[in-house]
Write a protein that binds this ligand. Sequence first.
Ligand SMILES: Nc1nc2c(ncn2[C@@H]2O[C@H](COP(=O)(O)OP(=O)(O)OP(=O)(O)O)[C@@H](O)[C@H]2O)c(=O)[nH]1
Ligand SMILES: [Mg+2]
Length: 280
Amino acid sequence: MGFSWYPGHMAKAVSQIKQSMKLIDVVIEILDARAPRSTENREFAEAVGNKPRIVVLNKADLADPVATRAWVDCYTEAGICAVPTNCRTGEGVAEVIAAASAAAKAGAGPDVQRGPSRVRFRTAVLGIPNVGKSSFINRAAKRARVKTGDRPGVTRAKQWIVIDRNLEMLDTPGIMPPRVDDRGVWFALAALGCLDESIYDVEALATGLIARLDSVGLAAYRSRYGVCEGCADPHEALKHVARSRGCMMAGGELDMARAADILVRDFRSGKLGRATLEMP
Ligand SMILES: Nc1nc2c(ncn2[C@@H]2O[C@H](COP(=O)(O)OP(=O)(O)OP(=O)(O)O)[C@@H](O)[C@H]2O)c(=O)[nH]1
Ligand SMILES: [Mg+2]
């Protein structure tokens, strides 16, 4: 089930990032801690070249902490600095800035001599849509400097933000890889809200999520929506969600689309428990 999806503004954004790269000392790549592999965009590698890179595992507050630890260890073994963050509270953000600053200093070889006049270093914050790039920048700046929102595609153009006298950050629009061929990756991207809702079936996503919650033993959804222990069919479980939330259409039929929407939103905001969708 391949899907080729590359809106014009994303192609433009990639070329803009390539252009900006000569100004950049360090790249900060934001991933979703609940699915670091699926939320990585390998297309960035070409644009980034050999610039130092810090990996941020954001939304760690919504991920399973044991799994996040395992991901950090996995990156460390590969020689990559990875830091879990929560950009709602700011946890981990100072650590990322310290790591970026150290990498910028280490990377300032003879060919990038700037002289004493340029004390500021510059980072580009990259990632696929909705992973929290702009939230990260607002946390780093300690105030709301750029627009954020719980849907993909909020940031439309790159924008430089001065964080302090030592640091500037480039906010960038979320960029998807041109193709997604792997079903598991597709599922994770839809589940985490990185894709436009018009391009997938929310009901199929909701039943897939129920199956996933069952397989990892996260039963919080059962008590939340009154799904009995014995119910093992995700579609039947979704009917319980519809009943418990009064999702009815004219004529008394269950409004499964609305129930699916409620469940997906509850999952994304962590109300169904802290869940990581993939392990290293
Ligand atoms: N729970 C939680 N929510 C977060 C965190 N970071 C960001 N968010 C939320 O995630 C949503 C997306 O955040 P943005 O900062 O707009 O994401 P973005 O990567 O800039 O998105 P685009 O500009 O659309 O590519 C917002 O609703 C944020 O409040 C986090 O660490 N934890
Ligand atoms: Mg943004």
